[in-house]
Design a protein around this ligand. Structure first.
Ligand code: GLU
Length: 476
């Protein structure tokens, strides 16, 4: 057991996307690596944009990836009261103050400055030094007329040793007294997140680097409360292949949708782990156990990661190739997908094809050819292999030879094919290539030009089906 406590804190405003899943995974891996706890907090305080469907989508996505939290989920909205109390406590401590300025006036100031391309900074001089007792009287007298702001120290800087980026220093002169509680009484993200992370006793916050600018503000709240400041690490941005921030137009859909696209969660996890992390050598294909064993914070790279869909499919092919047929049978959808039980034929078919496909649906289609006669034949292959007038004679001869075999094995079937090649060579006086039999045979048996070794396939398909398929006429 370790005291590491990490969390994933998504805002439920949409599905679980690649960036979110990567953040969740790095936290989950670190918890598994250290024997710590992985927590989940749903940051649903933005009631306009949060939906129960999005919460569900996030949970489904995480479940598909096998990342379950170790403690009950915390819903941020349920801690609304605590967030408000924290704001008041910060006022008591002199770390925050009530701001009675007119929001419309401030908005106008901001607009004017923006038009002049200047930065707006809130000037709190009229409120930040008002004695506490006086503030309280006015707060009681004018409810709903004030926001609460954190008082940023006049000088100095806030720094932290980011586990990804190293030392980061932010001068206080760059920050303004930011709002922690809006006039309508709703706490702001930077306040709620500190309250919740403290409540959940989080020791390390790993999140996207779009949050770097929030971190000094959050550290100042911890310090004002005299709370232990957790460690922070900001994960690199994920870019599309065109080096622009990853978005839907790159084909990055909900993580769970990749399951429908024929991906194994194992491959997705492997792929996500490599988005900004490397094991330190060339290893790319890793099981979940290996990832857990090798995951190290030091090897999270600060440089943006590039999302490469082709690599995801390649990794998926690698994971499919390494998996057992029974496991793949289930993952593909079982009887529903294969239209038969996991018998010897199905097991053999999966064995034959699993190292040759990149997606689960491809595996199903390919494996089925063992027990279902092909109805489609690769056009290019047909053109190439069936232009020779003698091809059907050869296939009929092969079919006849198969029917006469006492044992239908790899050796015996290959043996008769080779005999036919030799006999034709002898009869015509011209060297006949074995391919003249092998290629059309493969096409008639499977509809394809490439695949597993022909005689393994022949045996798996079985004598009767082979004979039937070899007699099929697919041209003219
Ligand atoms: N809810 C925030 C988001 O979805 C994350 C907050 C955090 O990790 O601190 O971007």
């Amino acid at each position: 057991m370790s005291d590491v406590r990490v969390r994933f804190a998504p805002s439920p405003t949409g599905y679980l996307h690649v960036g979110g899943a990567r953040t969740a995974l790095f936290n989950w891996l670190w918890a598994r690596r250290t024997g710590g706890k992985f927590l989940l907090r749903i940051e649903d305080t933005d009631q306009q944009r949060s939906t129960p469907e999005a919460v569900e989508a996030i949970l489904v996505g995480m479940k598909w990836l096998g990342m379950e939290p170790n403690e009950p989920i915390v819903y941020q909205m349920a801690r609304h009261q605590e967030h408000k109390e924290l704001c008041l406590e910060l006022i008591e401590r002199g770390a925050a103050y009530a701001d009675f300025s007119d929001p419309a006036v401030e908005a106008a100031k901001r607009e004017t400055l923006q038009a002049e391309k200047k930065q707006y900074k809130f000037d709190g001089s009229a409120y930040r030094n008002v004695p506490l007792a006086e503030q309280k009287v006015r707060m009681a007298a004018e409810p709903g007329q004030y926001a609460i702001r954190l008082r940023i120290p006049d000088s100095g800087a806030t720094s932290w040793k980011d586990v990804v980026h190293g030392e980061i220093v932010v001068n206080h002169s760059e920050l303004d007294d930011f709002i922690i509680l809006r006039r309508d009484g709703s706490p702001i993200y930077n306040l709620a997140v500190v309250s919740d992370d403290h409540f959940q006793r989080v020791t390390l916050i790993l999140r996207g680097d779009d949050h770097i600018s929030n971190t000094p503000k959050q550290i100042l709240i911890y310090q004002a409360m005299g709370w232990d400041v957790p460690q922070f690490g900001h994960l690199p941005m994920i870019l599309g292949p065109d080096k622009v921030k990853l978005s839907k137009r790159h084909g990055a859909t909900a993580v769970g949708d990749y399951g429908d696209m024929g991906l194994l969660p194992e491959a997705m996890i492997n792929f996500l782990a490599l988005l900004g992390w490397s094991p330190g050598d060339d290893t790319e294909v890793m099981s979940q156990e290996e990832l857990i064993k090798r995951f190290a914070l030091e090897r999270i790279m600060p440089k943006a990661a590039v999302f490469d869909l082709q690599k995801l499919f390649w990794l998926n092919g690698q994971h499919i190739g390494k998996s057992e047929p029974a496991f793949l049978f289930e993952k593909c959808g079982g009887v529903n997908a294969f239209h038969r039980e996991l018998d010897d034929t199905v097991t053999t078919a999966i064995y034959l094809w699993k190292t040759r496909v990149r997606k689960l649906d491809e595996l199903v289609t390919a494996a089925k050819v063992v027990w279902e006669d092909p109805v489609e034949f690769e056009a290019e292959g047909v053109k190439k292999q069936f232009s020779d007038a003698k091809v059907y004679e050869r296939m009929t001869n092969l079919s006849d030879a198969f029917s006469e075999l006492t044992e239908f094995t790899h050796e015996s079937t290959e043996g008769v094919l080779r005999q036919l090649v030799e006999a034709e060579t002898a009869a015509t006086g011209e060297k006949v290539a074995a391919g003249k039999y092998i290629h059309p045979c493969r096409l008639l048996l499977t509809g394809r030009t490439v695949g597993p070794g022909l005689f393994e396939l022949v045996v798996a398909i079985g004598r009767d089906a082979c004979i039937r398929r070899l007699r099929k006429r697919i041209t003219n």
